[in-house]
Design a protein around this ligand. Structure first.
Ligand code: PMP
Length: 354
């Protein structure tokens, strides 16, 4: 009986099942290997005494938004906080699209864009990237304008490929389409040359930039994301988000962590070095199993393996040896951890490839 009451659109889905097996080295979720320093942890601990646990949180997370705005030189009216950027993607898609509207997603990209679009009942148009996973922006402009898509989403740098579009191309795209453009800059801190378009939100009212504290900010456990856009879009999203979406502990801890941006920057520089090291060492391995290693502007390396079977076997064997990495068909994605974690991964990986 109950099956009949569960909508058909949910029946074909599978619950998100991250790898929860305890494993000493986690290089499968693009997280930061660093947690806050002892000094920052002490500040977080002291702040706990000031939290009104019995009260609902500030619906607009004003102090957190203020701290974020300061780091990115934004006006607070152009920022909305979310329970991770996952939540913001869901709100944007379900709130800004109406039945029958279409959304364009450049493929491959972060799976949540297509997932939430599907749930929202939007017509999803998949625009294929080039062989090297670049976006042909002229092609994308034509596709979006011909289809009349209302929303376009892509990550820059891209998860899972690591490719980063140039700022000039992204700006040309924003100007060239009659659609809301969501540029998800979850990994932009790791890019050696920043191609961020964050500063363009004052110039283009159809631009939304998404940020997360789950990557360079080392706070995936807090679930904090931010949407940056013109005031009208921010006000629209505030009207439709759930009132108390960001809990008080995350608001307070997030604000303190953002106030130590120097620490985040120092950790980011180490990760940038480590990802360069990881890619360099992988490139030195001579193996028929390694077909291609892609350039990366993010905190991970993406590579083609000789077959899906081989890629799955490598992933499984490494898991047994205590190292978690991500396998997607015949491709592997490895997050740069600490230098020591990269070395352990490399040693175990070499045992697996011919
Ligand atoms: N965008 C991209 C491109 C991501 O890779 C991820 C997480 N893997 C997210 C957004 C989600 O971030 P959050 O943890 O803030 O929900």
């Amino acid at each position: 009986m109950i099956e009949k009451l569960i909508p058909e659109k949910i029946n074909g889905l599978e619950a998100y099942s991250p790898n929860l097996t305890p494993v000493p080295i986690r290089l499968d979720a693009n997280e930061s290997p660093f947690t806050p320093s002892k000094a920052v942890l002490d500040e977080l601990a002291a702040a706990v005494y000031g939290i009104d646990f019995n009260r609902y949180p500030d619906p607009y997370a004003s102090e957190l938004v203020s701290a974020f705005s300061q780091v990115f030189s934004l006006d607070t009216k152009n920022v909305v906080a979310g329970n991770g950027s996952d939540e913001l993607i869901s709100i944007i898609v379900s709130g800004l699209l109406e039945a029958g509207d279409s959304v364009t997603v450049a493929m491959p990209d972060f799976s949540m864009y297509a997932f939430y679009s599907y749930l929202a009942g939007a017509r999803e148009i998949r625009f294929e990237k080039t062989e090297l996973f670049e976006i042909d922006f002229d092609g994308l402009i034509s596709s979006v304008n011909e289809s009349g898509s209302k929303l376009v989403m892509f990550s820059n740098p891209c998860n899972p490929t690591g490719w980063c579009a140039k700022r000039g191309d992204v700006e040309r795209f924003i100007k060239g389409v009659n659609a809301i453009v969501v540029v998800d800059e979850a990994y932009m801190e790791f890019s050696r040359e920043s191609e961020s378009v964050m500063d363009l939100i004052g110039r283009y009212d159809n631009l939304i930039v998404l940020k997360t504290m789950s990557k360079a900010f080392g706070s995936a456990g807090l679930r904090l994301g931010f949407m940056c856009a013109c005031e009208e879009l921010c006000e629209a999203v505030k009207k439709i988000k759930s009132p108390y979406n960001v809990n008080t502990v995350s608001q307070v801890f997030g604000r303190i962590i953002l106030s130590h941006y120097d620490e985040i920057k120092a950790n980011t520089e180490i990760i940038q070095e480590n990802v360069g090291y990881l890619k360099g060492e992988l490139s030195k391995i001579s193996s028929a199993d390694i077909v291609r290693i892609y350039d990366t502007s993010a905190n991970f390396v993406f590579m083609d393996i000789s077959s899906a079977e081989k890629a799955a076997k490598i992933k499984e064997s490494l898991m047994k040896k205590g190292v978690a990495i991500r396998c997607m068909g015949h491709r592997l994605r490895i997050t740069a951890g600490t230098r020591e974690e990269c070395d352990i991964f490399l040693a175990k990986f070499k045992e697996e490839v011919a």
